[in-house]
Design a protein around this ligand. Structure first.
Ligand code: TYM
Length: 334
């Protein structure tokens, strides 16, 4: 059976990019594959973070996964730091295989280190070795496939490179994974600045649709999305970045093709089109929001599910770590 692994950072509430880029595939893939999904809290401390909110955000993120349709009975759902000894030790072993040069070239390292420097913050060593921890996450679970948004492409490639190099030097220990992207909306752009991806750290909340935003707020944000001065609804990522982003979002939300949508809305003006996009998003999120309202009352139950998930995750990852240590020649503990 195909094995799947993916994770998200508890850095804030999920947005439409997380949902369409990754979460929709997470839910779909649990039908046919052996899936493991992780709240990657160890990844969330590489930029200055607030200790007072980390734990709540961690449980809150798991709730949003379940609200979106991740089924804790059919998946392994866990918190990375609960199996942190395994993930961190594996990272150290991979640190001995990864090159500083390839890590420095990662686009996310460049962006985030500029951001940190801009805020007078420190560029931490964790920012540099972040992809090595991500490599551990994926390879510890023998994942064949990793459903992610387009921005994670380089991180999955480096996981393959590091795993391949390890296998070459020490013997075949690791499965080399491939990234799975959605057909439409693999890179959802900010509604106010469609040249930048939608992100939790985006300057203004107006450019981001949070999965838990109420319907009015969603409709308003889409209505005020930045578009060009023309009238025609057409797909052109270069000249019509804003409209094209909305077309991709609507295609992903409704399952219709971009061509169909262009045919229907081409001449109706932006107002009509934006109203339809807003409605499509609201409809898509309605069941998720209803489930979330039920889950939020019982964080204790979520924590119990996560504890059981950590046991299941450890049962897979600890033996993989042991295989890696054996291959590297460490003295087994007597
Ligand atoms: P993170 O937490 O930034 O994002 C979680 C997921 O959401 C996707 N995503 C997007 N997709 C489309 N458009 C967007 N605007 C958008 N913004 C975010 C991301 O591609 C991702 O799939 N390094 C990872 C977390 C991670 C991980 C892993 C992922 C740690 N270990 C192992 C996969 C496997 C990250 O920061 O994602």
């Amino acid at each position: 059976m195909t094995r799947v692994f993916s994770g998200m950072q508890p850095t804030g509430d999920l947005h439409l990019g997380n949902h369409l880029g990754a979460l929709v595939n997470w839910v779909r893939m649990q039908e046919t594959a052996d899936v493991t999904y992780c709240v990657v809290d160890l990844h969330a401390i590489t930029m200055a973070h607030d200790p007072a909110v980390l734990a709540d955000r961690t449980v809150g993120l798991a709730m949003q996964f379940v609200a979106a349709g991740v089924d804790p009975d059919r998946s392994t759902l866990f918190v990375q730091s609960h199996v942190g000894d395994v993930h961190a030790q594996m990272t150290w072993l991979f640190d001995a295989v990864a090159g500083v040069g390839e890590l420095q070239k990662m686009p996310q390292f460049r962006e985030k280190s500029e951001q940190a420097a801009g805020r007078n913050g420190q560029v931490t060593a964790g920012l540099l070795t972040y992809p090595v921890l991500q490599t551990s996450d994926i390879l510890l679970y023998d994942a064949d496939e990793v459903p992610v948004g387009e921005d994670q492409r380089h991180h999955i490639e480096i996981a393959r490179d590091i795993g391949g190099r390890f296998n070459h030097r020490f013997g075949e220990v690791f499965v080399l994974p491939k990234a799975i992207f959605p057909e439409a909306a693999a890179r959802v752009m900010d509604l106010q600045d469609p040249t930048r991806k939608m992100s939790t750290s985006g300057e203004s909340d107006k450019g981001r649709i949070n999965l838990l935003d109420d319907p009015d707020r969603i409709l308003k944000k889409v209505r005020s999305a930045q578009t060009d001065s023309g009238r025609e609804v057409a797909y052109d990522r270069g000249d019509k970045a804003g409209v094209s982003n909305l077309l991709e979002i609507m295609a992903a939300a409704t399952g219709r093709t971009i061509d169909e949508l262009v045919d229907e809305y081409a001449d109706g003006g932006y107002g009509t089109f934006k109203a339809a996009v807003g409605e499509a998003i609201v409809e898509m999120l309605r069941p998720l929001q209803a489930r979330h309202a039920e889950l939020v009352d019982d964080p204790g139950e979520m924590k119990r599910l996560l504890a059981a998930g950590a046991d299941k995750a450890r049962a897979v990852s600890a033996p993989t770590l042991q295989r890696a240590k054996d291959a590297m020649g460490f003295l087994p503990a007597a």
